[in-house]
Ligand binder design. Structure first.
Ligand SMILES: *Cc1c(COP(=O)(O)O)cnc(C)c1O
Length: 231
């Protein structure tokens, strides 16, 4: 598609994407976190070279995936409710936020009906905060062990949030904890489990996350700027 007029915001997004991609080690995959962003913003990021796009909300994702399905790989990075599992299986190429056996069973059932195998990451509640989603670090092995016989889910790694604001050094112990769980699972060498992706780190913390072994980072603000609600 020929575009004669490039808007200023598109130019800024393209520049940010280029800077980030240049600074990432080659083995690290960039996932653009696009909650609250417009189709035009996400399209600009994809045109600048973003391949993986992460969504938090099914409804927002639907429109974009409809318009640009073949232009990117779509990741679910927000909390997934069981009653949205069917939609999620239709929309996404990877679900990064699997955090309960009930959700696992529902996703496996939906994938089976669509004759599909879904790559998933297990979300780890590395801060052990009751208010946060994710599986407690000590429960991750048990969950993945039970998943080893499921034909339609392929466990490909772990994801964690960690603290979003503040000194990125505060996130380091959370990343280390998640990395340890990742290594333990890799040593278990279970069927339908191949530990390939460690998804951790956001705008303020991705450098620390990479130092601690992340090979997938989810970045929003640094690509698109502050979201409206954050002023
Ligand atoms: C918003 C979000 C990100 C990106 O956060 P930024 O600070 O904007 O880079 C990453 N992961 C998840 C799950 C998010 O919701």
């Amino acid at each position: 598609m020929e575009r004669l007029i490039v808007e200023e915001f598109e130019e800024k997004i393209a520049e940010s994407v280029r800077r980030i991609m240049e600074s990432l080690p080659p083995e690290v995959t960039l996932v653009a976190a696009v909650k609250g962003r417009s189709v035009a913003e996400v399209r600009a990021a994809i045109e600048a070279g973003v391949i993986h796009v992460g969504h938090n909300y099914i409804q927002e994702a639907e429109l974009m995936v409809d318009l640009m399905r073949d232009n990117a790989k779509w990741h679910m990075i927000g909390h997934l409710q069981r009653n949205k599992a069917k939609k999620a299986v239709l929309l996404f190429d990877m679900i990064e936020t699997v955090d309960s056996w009930r959700l696992v069973m529902e996703l496996d059932k939906r994938c089976a009906r669509m004759a599909k195998t879904m790559p998933v990451l297990i979300e780890v509640n590395s801060g052990r905060e009751a208010s946060k989603t994710g599986v407690m670090p000590e429960d991750v092995e048990g969950l993945v062990w039970h998943m080893r016989e499921l034909e339609h889910l392929s466990v490909q790694g772990l994801m964690t949030m960690g603290p979003r604001f503040g000194d990125p050094e505060h996130a380091r112990p959370f990343f280390q904890e998640t990395r340890k769980a990742f290594d333990r699972l890799a040593r278990m060498d279970l069927p339908h489990v191949s530990m390939r992706y460690l998804s951790m780190g956001m705008t303020n913390s991705y450098r620390v996350a990479i130092e601690e072994g992340a090979n997938m980072v989810r970045i929003g603000t640094k690509i698109f700027g502050q979201r409206g609600s954050e002023g």
